[in-house]
Design a protein around this ligand. Sequence first.
Ligand SMILES: [Zn+2]
Length: 66
Amino acid sequence: MGAINIRVGAKVDMHIIIGLHTVADIYCGDCGELLGWKYERAYEASQKYKEGKFILKKAKIAKENW
Ligand SMILES: [Zn+2]
């Protein structure tokens, strides 16, 4: 994918086992394909490191500093 164009969808609060997170789906800016999600906010101190990270469904990797 490289330097891709992404669009970020609506923020959604998710209660997952490790605590409340606010996430947003991310889409390819070119074709609109759902790529994964972004952690907008983590509420548990131990999960704060996730904030701003993108999780890609296909590659199953988390990228920082896009
Ligand atoms: Zn695309």
